[in-house]
Structures are given as C-alpha cells and as structure tokens.
Write a protein that binds this ligand. Structure first.
Ligand SMILES: Cc1cc2nc3c(=O)[nH]c(=O)nc-3n(C[C@H](O)[C@H](O)[C@H](O)COP(=O)(O)OP(=O)(O)OC[C@H]3O[C@@H](n4cnc5c(N)ncnc54)[C@H](O)[C@@H]3O)c2cc1C
Length: 371
C-alpha cells in the first residue's frame, strides 16, 4: 500500500526561517509538520539581529513581534558609519527621512524563543521526530543543510577568511538609539543599541576580523578584551564593559544553485549565506518566507503545492534580491578590505560625498529597509 500523505507541508529546520515558515503556512490552513528540535538550546545565542521593516511586518502578522519582551527589541533612530580616514563618515537619521525608525535590533535568543512558543500553539503545526510524507518540503536547515546536499543542490562556499566575534556590552553612555559601524580595513566593527542587558545602555557587538586576529581576541581575558575594545572605539560610544560571554562565527558567502525542484523549496541560510556587515542574512530569509507564503496562497485551485512550476514563481521572485544583496555585501567588504591607496582614498571620499547627497541616502536606507 502506498504511504499516506497526512500533511501538506514538511518544514525541515527549527531556526527562525523554519519556524516562521511553519507559522505563515499554518495561517493558510495548511497542515504543517515541523522537523527539528524545539527545546531551549544549551547555549544562549549572544547575537542581536538588525531587522528591517519588512521582517518586522512579517513577525507582526505572525503575532510574534508583540510577544517579544520590550527590552529584547530596540529601535534604531540613527546610524553612524565611519571609514578609515579622518572625517570619512556617513550618517543616517530616521527623523530626517521621515521614518519611525531605521531598523530594529532584536535579541536573537528571545526571537527564537518567541517563535518556538508560537508554533507550539499554532493550530495546524505538528512537531515531528522523523520526516513524514508531504506535498511540499521546505528546507530550512541552515547553511549546512544535509537534505539540500542529498538533493544534489550545489552551494559553493566562498570563505572570507574572517570570523565574526559577537558579545553583549554595557556602556556608561546612553545608546540613544544610535547604531555605529566602523570599516577599519580589514575588520568591520558594529555596536548596535539594545535595551538588554541594561535599558538605554546595552549594546550588541559584532566584530568581523581576519581569522587569526579573531582567535587572538577570543583568547584574551575579559579585562584585556574590554580594554582593546575601548581603545579601538576611542570612547565615542562611552566606556564599554563586557556583559556576557563572547561567541564566534566563521564567515563565508554562499548561494544555492537552485532554490526549488519538484516538491521542495529552500529558504533562509539553506538557500543563501551573506556576510553580516549589512545585517541582512535573516532579513533575506524572512523575505523568502513572506514570498513563499504569497506564492502558495495565490496558486490555482487545481495546482498541487509541490508543483515545480508553482515553486519556480517563488524562485524567480527571490533570485534577484538575493543575488543583489550578496553582491552588495561582498562588494562592500572587498572595497573596505583593500589596502590599495587609491581604493582607500576613493572609498573614504565616497562615504563623505554620499553623506552630502540626501537622495542617495534615502535610496540606501530604502534598500536596507527591504524596499
Ligand atoms: C555574527 C552574525 C551576525 C548576524 N547578524 C544579522 C543581522 O543583524 N540581521 C540579519 O538579518 N541577519 C544576521 N545574521 C544572519 C542570521 O544569523 C542568519 O541568516 C539566520 O540565523 C538564519 O536562520 P535559518 O533559520 O535560515 O538557519 P539556522 O538559524 O541555521 O537554523 C537552521 C536550523 O535547522 C536545524 N537543522 C539542521 N539540519 C537539520 C536536519 N537535517 N533536520 C532538521 N533540522 C535541521 C538546525 O538545528 C537549526 O535549528 C547574522 C549572522 C552572523 C553569523
């Protein structure tokens, strides 16, 4: 007897992309089987994500945004980006661009906790310990997806030779909703405002460094690491103190050579991995989820969920934005990593010039907001 299909969708992976997919598709009345751990991870994720307006809108629709503790999400009102020459900087302001905020900084662990809680109560989502047959499999297994590999999808990894060091900090100066980023050739350092662990004074650090330098900094004791950080930031963000453990991630660029096939589709890091310097990886993943939900909701009544033609509508809509973001992050990294004097001069002049061009700033902001 052929096996019975009890579910419309099988979502493989319980990271943010998989959990959002399960929630979004269950809202359409589809029966979703969810494969992956739903228990609290042993180690708390120390990262904070910069999420754009589109991602926040999706989380609101899924009723997850308002479930986040107030101190786990902080609006960014201003952003200051510095090059590696005196005066080379660009500033963005929500107020000047008539926006309520430029982005939100969200505690990664709290976001995943809220998503896990939401799927436990979602009416059409069943947590599974083993895969079950379904009309459509959504692969959200992250960058090392085994199911993607078993399907023969190629995803060539281009390592940057860089590692991101992340940690939480507290400053003696109020963050005032200001995000700061330094392009310090070859490293990129970001301090993002987050009301956790201390309201008004918490900061999330993301420091992308050449691998060896990252290992050296990870090996420092807390006091020496903090002293180095205060030295590098010259006190402009106040006196910084480490507020928890440091964690590290190797960085690479990778895009799958196909986003779908008969009965399967890729979302999130299983489909694309970008450098975190622009804070766009999960934003891309959540945009995948939103587009997939739209495409499935708009399907013809006679068309099966796993129909390749239907799924290729999703792939066509996602290919352009994903490739564009991969190129932007990759281009920015190489531009700011170059030691060539002419490139250095041009990039720093470019920053200062762009700072005096409001229409260009509006365009850059709109892109970052997911417009
Ligand atoms: C330092 C750093 C900072 C970042 N900052 C930002 C930012 O500011 N903004 C932003 O938008 N993005 C940011 N990102 C990117 C973001 O972290 C990722 O894009 C996002 O976490 C990917 O989510 P995901 O659900 O696709 O994958 P993952 O989070 O990797 O989840 C995959 C899940 O699948 C599970 N899994 C794996 N294999 C299987 C299997 N065979 N069966 C079942 N389950 C499986 C895993 O256990 C895991 O739970 C950052 C990344 C880094 C490294």
């Amino acid at each position: 007897m052929p096996f019975m299909q009890t579910h419309d969708i099988l979502v493989r992976g319980t990271g943010a992309a998989g959990l959002c997919t399960a929630l979004a598709l269950s809202r359409q009345g589809l029966a979703v089987a969810l494969l992956g751990p739903l228990a609290e991870p042993e180690q708390e994720d120390v990262r904070a994500y910069a999420l754009n307006a589109q991602s926040v809108a999706l989380l609101r629709t899924l009723k997850v945004w308002d479930a986040l503790p107030a101190d786990a999400r902080t609006p960014v009102q201003d952003m200051h980006v510095e090059g590696d020459a005196p005066g080379a900087a660009i500033d963005f302001s929500a107020w000047q661009q008539s926006l309520p905020e430029l982005a939100w900084i969200v505690d990664a662990a709290e976001l995943e906790r809220a998503l896990r809680a939401a799927v436990k109560f979602a009416p059409h989502v069943t947590s599974m310990a083993v895969p079950v047959p379904a009309a459509l499999e959504v692969l959200a297994e992250g960058k090392a997806s085994a199911t993607r590999a078993a399907l023969g999808v190629r995803m060539e990894r281009h390592p940057y030779g860089q590692t991101a060091v992340a940690a939480r900090l507290v400053s003696d100066r109020a963050h005032a909703g200001l995000a700061r980023q330094w392009f310090r050739s070859p490293d990129v350092l970001a301090l993002l405002p987050l009301d956790r662990p201390t309201p008004g004074h918490g900061l999330a650090l993301v420091w992308s460094l050449p691998e060896e330098a990252a290992q050296t900094r990870m090996a420092l004791n807390d006091a020496d690491f903090t002293a180095l950080l205060n030295d590098v930031t010259s006190g402009v963000a106040g006196q910084l103190v480490l507020a928890g453990p440091r964690a590290q991630w190797p960085l690479a660029l990778a895009c799958a050579d196909r986003l779908c096939g008969p009965g399967w589709v890729l979302v999130g890091d299983a489909a694309h991995v970008v450098h975190p310097l622009a804070g766009q990886g999960l934003n891309l993943g959540l945009a995948d989820v939103a587009v997939l939900a739209e495409v499935l909701a708009a399907r013809e009544a006679w068309r099966a969920l796993g129909d390749e033609k239907l799924l290729s509508r999703y792939a066509r809509r996602r290919l352009g934005p994903v490739q564009a973001m991969a190129q932007v992050t990759d281009g920015l990294l190489h531009l700011f990593a170059s030691e060539a004097p002419l490139v250095k001069e041009l990039r720093n002049r470019g920053l200062s010039l762009a700072n005096h061009l409001p229409p260009l700033k509006r365009l850059l902001t709109a892109r970052a907001l997911g417009g």
